[in-house]
Design a protein around this ligand. Structure first.
Ligand code: CAA
Length: 295
């Protein structure tokens, strides 16, 4: 039996967190969105407001509905505002130590019957569940970027997850209009286990001179029907995030297909994280992206 969810806490208003918060508010939930400081919070909320305004402009939403969605999102920099949430979803950076520290604090504050979920892309869900006093009420809820658009949510059951929490998470994702696919707590789950080696292979193909950045992308779009080529997708996911995910997968499986290609390591050393920094495989500073001449 699934638990009743009315109020949802979202930790992190970055690339994933702002989208997760917007989707929950659009589904009618009260949302508390928490960030570390006011500036980062305002940036995330600004993105939500921009998406809502765009939906009104396009005639996909009325101004009244957009205002109602915005009104359901309360922003905060304090954990204490999440105390009466029924579900808390974390979407902070992909760093286990930071996540563990955060869960320990949250666990003390949020009501004991609430379900906790991590949006991790690759870290083991059990490692996070185990530091809370509620490992039976802990799941993975893995959204895809952009969360407002992508249909899938992977719902991850770890070894301690109880049936009620798992059903609650499945029902919650479905109530947002998502396709909820249950999966086990194996690094990368379903999608990243397949998608990450694909993006890494595209980087290796470029390193080996198979094609230019643009040619590899255009080939995969036109030849395999993908909406974005693999290097555009890597920039879109964030090259720092891709680097963290492949490190976790490599550490777990020790297989070459998950290893960081040398070029990715160099791009990251340069501070080129893709779209979020305006430069990655492409330079986004102009009107339309051009291949990064430094690569
Ligand atoms: N937020 C909200 N809506 C957005 C959006 C965003 N960030 N980006 C695009 N959209 C909406 C647009 O408003 C548009 O809506 P309408 O159809 O209602 O007008 C729709 O999405 C299509 O957008 P565009 O016409 O601008 O562009 P597009 O057709 O090229 O689609 C895309 C953009 C949906 C991102 C598409 O290119 C795509 O599906 N790309 C692949 C994305 C993908 O693979 N994501 C998964 C990444 S892996 C991951 O996230 C997991 C992980 O752990 C790393």
């Amino acid at each position: 039996m699934a638990q009743q969810i009315e109020k949802v806490g979202v930790l992190g208003a970055g690339l994933m967190g702002h989208g997760i918060a917007q989707v929950a508010a659009q589904a009618g939930y009260e949302v508390v969105l928490r960030e570390v400081d006011e500036a980062t919070l305002a940036k995330g909320v600004g993105k939500i407001e921009k998406q809502l305004a765009r939906a009104v402009e396009k005639g996909k939403s009325s101004q009244q509905d957009a205002d109602a969605v915005r009104g359901r999102i309360k922003e905060t920099i304090h954990y204490r505002d999440l105390a009466d949430c029924d579900l808390v979803i974390e979407a902070i950076t992909e760093n286990l130590a930071l996540k563990l520290e955060m869960w320990k604090e949250i666990d003390e504050i949020v009501k004991p019957e609430a379900v906790f979920a991590t949006n991790t892309s690759s870290l083991a869900v059990i490692d996070q569940a185990a530091v809370t006093g509620r490992p039976g009420q802990f799941v993975g809820l893995h959204y895809f970027n952009p969360a407002q658009v992508m249909k899938l949510v992977e719902v991850v059951r770890c070894v301690t997850t109880g049936d009620e929490a798992f059903d609650t998470a499945l029902e919650f994702a479905r109530s947002e209009g998502k396709l909820a696919i249950p999966t086990k707590d194996k690094a990368g789950f379903i999608v990243n286990r397949l998608l990450v080696p694909y993006m890494l292979d595209a980087i290796r193909a470029y390193e080996e001179g198979v094609g230019s950045v643009g040619e590899i992308d255009e080939a995969m779009k036109a030849g395999a029907g993908h909406p974005m080529g693999p290097l555009t997708l890597a920039d879109f996911v964030g090259l720092d995030t891709l680097g963290s995910i492949c490190d976790v997968l490599f550490e777990e499986f020790r297989e070459r297909r998950f290893a960081r290609p040398p070029l990715l390591r160099k791009i990251l050393s340069a501070g080129w994280f893709g779209r979020k920094t305006g430069i990655g495989f492409y330079d986004y500073s102009g009107e339309s992206p051009v291949e990064n001449p430094g690569i």
